[in-house]
Structures are given as structure tokens and as C-alpha cells.
Design a protein around this ligand. Structure first.
Ligand SMILES: NC(=O)c1ccc[n+]([C@@H]2O[C@H](COP(=O)([O-])OP(=O)(O)OC[C@H]3O[C@@H](n4cnc5c(N)ncnc54)[C@H](OP(=O)(O)O)[C@@H]3O)[C@@H](O)[C@H]2O)c1
Length: 300
């Protein structure tokens, strides 16, 4: 199996480049090798490489910046996934793409299911929804995994930012009225490889069905709950934590350029039922992250 990975320097792309190795020949390209801002170049690349599987981990992920950079966000998150879907269809390849809880407005009082109406409240969310729709409209064999609150030992992410701030400041204020499931890039990559293997079997038996699935760790918390877990775990591991007070605040006291949903919780029941995966509690992923950062003495 020949597997093309885009966004190889990102959190998910980097983990995928490792997790996908047992599946076959992996070609993992960063922005310089596969630029989603150049959809026609991307088309030529896929035609030349002729992969069996495309794992599209590249995306315009700067949520606040996207508010003032809509054209680029739409090209990378909206148009390019459609081009990948067209080329995958022509090759009879499987396209795996990642989307986000930000396709919802976050007003539901329960975890979102895949069939719930979408209503993004940001340019980023809208651009990701357009990408989903472009893939579904093209047809072929595809899977879209909507995930949330992604972190990894590398790259910019909320847990690493909290660790840095907690080592610098005595008091922190963190948003406590937005809820979601912090999800490790490694979990996303591991579930993806299991799904790709399962999809290959299903395709061989002529019973593969394309679809959108929610892929997050189990449970949920607020940004404040996540910050407390990260900082407490780091303190136990001997990190030089200065922060004694971590206050929860409402989102309205922490204005950002882009609006964010209050409820980012998503049900993963459909994913579990179809792919037979087990999704560990979010706290477990955070413990692994802290072990990893502590062992490698990563300076955040
Ligand atoms: N991060 C989250 O909290 C979150 C939440 C929900 C869903 N998701 C989705 O999950 C997927 C993976 O996200 P992630 O967390 O791994 O994001 P990430 O760490 O920001 O990685 C995204 C990668 O895409 C690359 N990229 C940006 N523009 C590109 C372009 N024009 N051509 C090619 N590559 C480009 C970036 O390259 P550079 O390194 O060169 O900038 C970066 O390596 C994305 O689809 C994202 O929308 C993420």
C-alpha cells in the first residue's frame, strides 16, 4: 500500500508519518512538498505519485488569523480537500481527511452526533465545513474524522502553552465555560491507521462506505480543567511550576478574534461501532504527554 501524507510537520501529520509505517510505503510531505495553497500543483503531485491512500493532515489551523485571511483559509481548507477527493476518486484511492468540532455552533446541550446540523461561527469553521462538503460531493472512497482540542509533544498547542505560562507566572486565568475533549495527535494517528486497515478489508469485500466520524478521546473538560490537569501533572513530575492560582473565567473575559463554540463535545459512538476502536479518557493522553515532555526535558 502506498500512503501519501500531507502536513507532515504538523501535530497529526508527524504522528501519522510514524503510525502509518506498518501499512506500507509512506511518503510524508510537508508544505514544501505538497502545498495545499496550490490546488493544481497538488493535483499534479497526486497524479505523479499515484498513492493508494491519501492522509490529509495539512490545514490552515490558525483560527484567529483566518478571520482576516479568509481567501487562504478557504483555498487550503475548502478547495484543496475537494481536489484531493477528485484525484483519489480517479485513482480509486482512499482519502482520509480531518475536520473539526468548529463546524458546529456549540449551542447544543449534549455531545454532537455526526448528523447534527452544522453552523460554524468562525471563518476557520466555515472553511473546514466547505472542505467536508467538497469531499462528500465528489464521492469515491473517503473518511472524514472530526476531532477537537488537539495537542502533541511538538507544535503549538494549549497544554504546552499552559506549561510555559505556569513556569513563568504566579497566577493564571483560564476560560472555564467552553467544554470539549482534549485529544492527542498520537491517538488520532493510531485510530487512523486502524481505520485504514479496516477500510482496505471492507473495500476488498465490496462493502466500504464513506462517511464522517467523530474522533476524540473519551470524556470532556473545560479549558480551565485541562490547564489544571496539565499543571498539576507537571508539578508532580518536578517541573518548576510558579503558578499557585489558576482561576476559571468566562470566555467573555478573554476576547479572541474568532468566536469559539461553548460546547465542543462530540459523540464517538459511530466511530467505535464501525471501527471497533477503544478511545481512552482524555486524562490518560495528558499523562502520556507529560511523561514524554518530562523524559525528553522539553523546554516549553
Ligand atoms: N489543532 C486542533 O486543535 C484541531 C482541532 C480540530 C481539528 N483539527 C484538524 O486536525 C487536522 C490536523 O491539525 P493539527 O493539529 O495537526 O494542525 P497543525 O499542527 O497546525 O498542522 C497543520 C499542518 O498543515 C500545514 N500547512 C498549513 N498550510 C499548508 C499548506 N498551504 N500546504 C501544506 N501544508 C500546510 C502546516 O505547515 P507549516 O508547519 O509549514 O505551517 C502544519 O504542519 C487539521 O485538519 C485540523 O483542521 C485540529
Amino acid at each position: 500500500m502506498k500512503i501519501l501524507i500531507t502536513g507532515a510537520n504538523g501535530q497529526v501529520g508527524w504522528e501519522l508519518a510514524r503510525a502509518a509505517q506498518p501499512l506500507g510505503e509512506v511518503i510524508a510531505l510537508d508544505r514544501s512538498g505538497a502545498d495545499l495553497a496550490d490546488p493544481e500543483g497538488l493535483r499534479r503531485l497526486v497524479r505523479r505519485l499515484r498513492p493508494d491512500v491519501i492522509l490529509n493532515a495539512a490545514a490552515y489551523t490558525a483560527v484567529d488569523k483566518a478571520e482576516d485571511d479568509e481567501a487562504a483559509a478557504l483555498r487550503i481548507n475548502g478547495e484543496a480537500p475537494g481536489v484531493l477527493a477528485q484525484e483519489a476518486l480517479a485513482l480509486d484511492a482512499l482519502l482520509v481527511h480531518y475536520s473539526t468540532d468548529y463546524v458546529f455552533d456549540g449551542t447544543a446541550q449534549r455531545p454532537y452526533v455526526e448528523s447534527d446540523p452544522t453552523a460554524p461561527v468562525s471563518v476557520y469553521g466555515r472553511s473546514k465545513l466547505i472542505g467536508e462538503q467538497a469531499i462528500a460531493a465528489t464521492g469515491g472512497r473517503w473518511l472524514v474524522f472530526r476531532t477537537s482540542w488537539v495537542y502533541a509533544p511538538r507544535g503549538g498547542n494549549f497544554p504546552r502553552t499552559m506549561l510555559r505560562l505556569a513556569c513563568e507566572r504566579e497566577a493564571l486565568k483560564v476560560v472555564a465555560d467552553q467544554f470539549g475533549a482534549p485529544t492527542g495527535a498520537r491517538l488520532i494517528a493510531d485510530v487512523t491507521t486502524q481505520a485504514v486497515a479496516r477500510a482496505a478489508d471492507e473495500s476488498a469485500q465490496g462493502r466500504f462506505e464513506s462517511g464522517i466520524y467523530h474522533l476524540t478521546a473519551s470524556g470532556s473538560t473545560s479549558w480551565h480543567g485541562l490547564a489544571c490537569a496539565v499543571i498539576e501533572g507537571a508539578r508532580k513530575r518536578g517541573w518548576p511550576i510558579k503558578a499557585d492560582t489558576i482561576d476559571g473565567i468566562p470566555a467573555e473575559q478573554y476576547p479572541t478574534r474568532a468566536r469559539r463554540p461553548f460546547n465542543s463535545r462530540m459523540s464517538t459512538a459511530a466511530l467505535v461501532a464501525r471501527f471497533g476502536v477503544s478511545l481512552p479518557p482524555w486524562e490518560q493522553g495528558i499523562e502520556l504527554l507529560l511523561d514524554d515532555l518530562t523524559e525528553r526535558r522539553v523546554v516549553v
